[in-house]
Write a protein that binds this ligand. Structure first.
Ligand code: SF4
Length: 421
């Protein structure tokens, strides 16, 4: 493998030119070329031996920082959370941006900050209101943790985001990434961030062969990120590196021609950009068949709330569950609704089929229009229920997959004129 940090022969600004070849080609300038060659050889003798560490040598790192910050000053996007220095707002943005694209986050962030402009307001809000603001953004545990963390701070008499990493890191939902991002951007603490974008850029820049999704990878990437960090401008530097990954060093078609790190980049110089970052192939994620029912009764419909812990905690949905193989969707719907709500229902018609993907599995949900025949609600699984008017659907924070079904519900259907079939 070639040394990572020495220019290779054949590159425009490489240092390995043959003095004899140059002299022959430019015989009229033999004296000048010879002198240049002597100067070069003298410089080279003072240079440390080739460096094969994954981290760039100090001099290269200085140049990389300078070029990255200059590029960022020119190319950075004007994003709502970049117009503030309020640590709370920066914290909210970083929580929302985890696993979620910038374009998706912007409207959520603006609505959230409009309703909860500071830490104290968020801490005082009730959980359902917070979830309603997060509805559709996914990874709801983030909202629970953020809300809980602000409550813990207020209970401890703190209305500001702590400026000490160990205190902030001990709050619910605050991992290494969030801690380093918020501390560096809000308080200029010299802490390097490592997220998916950063790993990809560093893997290509330094030729890191450890798979980015390997359990041991984080420590190695963090060490390289720590070495490269600009300790005088850690907030801007971290944002610049993430921005480079988002705009230029993208997963599929990186724009190396527009990259401030092009001349130093291992993957680009060796023509192996497509091989980095390395990744361990995972087994395809499973798909589960689900059923759910809109149960009508006296012009109201039944919704149930998921438990306070676990997947989609505290969100509302139409009652339903997972269908086992060999059962028709209609029969499964009747049986599952009886089991989870205690009601006997007639399944009247199929409304829609919706696909949804989570991190570790996918689901396909068949939604049916049902009518309550008899019984009283006795929940098994869900923790609360409501009989609501159709126009109240928007008042509850719903799971993403059930919210997708709203578009398929016609006004006529929601008048719930269920008839015996
Ligand atoms: S040169 Fe290309 S591969 Fe290397 S860091 Fe820049 S965009 Fe990524």
């Amino acid at each position: 493998m070639p040394d990572r940090w020495t220019w290779r022969p054949g590159q425009s600004d490489q240092c390995g030119l043959s003095g004899i070849g140059i002299a022959a080609r430019y015989s009229a300038n033999v004296g000048i070329v010879f002198a240049a060659r002597v100067r070069y050889e003298l410089r080279r003798m003072k240079t440390p031996p080739p460096h094969d560490s994954p981290c760039p040598p100090a001099k290269t790192a200085v140049a990389l920082r300078r070029r990255l910050l200059a590029w960022y000053a020119d190319r950075r996007r004007d994003l709502p959370w970049r117009r503030t220095s309020d640590p709370y707002r920066i914290w909210v943005s970083e929580v929302m941006l985890q696993q979620t694209q910038v374009a998706t986050v912007i409207p959520y962030y603006e609505r959230f900050i409009a309703s909860f402009p500071d830490l104290a307001t968020l801490a005082r809000a009730d959980r359902q209101t917070v979830l309603k603001h997060w509805e559709g953004l996914g990874y709801y545990r983030r909202a629970h943790h953020l809300h809980q963390a602000t409550r813990e701070l207020m209970a401890a008499g703190k209305e500001r985001v702590p400026d000490r990493r160990e205190v902030f890191r001990s709050l619910p939902g605050v991992g290494d990434y969030i801690a380093n991002a918020v501390m560096s951007i809000a308080y200029e603490a010299p802490l390097a961030v490592v997220d998916g974008n950063v790993k990809r850029v560093l893997a290509r820049l330094c030729g890191l062969t450890t798979a980015v999704n390997h359990p041991a990878a984080h420590r190695e990437y963090q060490a390289v990120a720590d070495t490269l960090l600009d300790r005088r401008h850690p907030g801007n530097y971290n944002q610049a590196l993430m921005e480079l990954g988002a705009l230029v060093c993208t997963p599929r078609h990186p724009e190396c021609g527009a990259c401030p790190w092009q001349t130093a980049c291992f993957a680009h110089r060796n023509g192996v950009v497509a091989d980095y970052p390395r990744r361990i192939r995972k087994a395809p994620i499973p798909e589960h068949a689900m059923v759910a029912g809109i149960v009508g009764h006296r012009n109201r419909l039944l919704i149930v709330q998921r438990p306070a812990e676990g997947l989609l905690a505290g969100l509302w949905e139409f009652p339903g569950g997972r269908r086992e193989g060999g059962q028709s969707a209609k029969a499964a719907c009747r049986a599952i609704l009886n089991q989870t709500t205690g009601l006997s229902v007639s399944v009247q018609r199929h409304i829609t089929r919706v696909n949804h993907a989570y991190t570790h599995f996918k689901i396909v949900v068949d939604l049916f229009l049902c009518r309550k025949d008899k019984g009283r609600v006795r929940l098994q699984g869900p923790t609360a229920f409501r009989w609501i008017r159709p126009d109240e659907l928007q008042d509850f924070p719903f799971t993403g997959v059930h919210k997708k079904t709203f578009a398929k519900l016609s006004p006529d259907m929601l008048r719930l004129r269920t008839r015996r079939t």
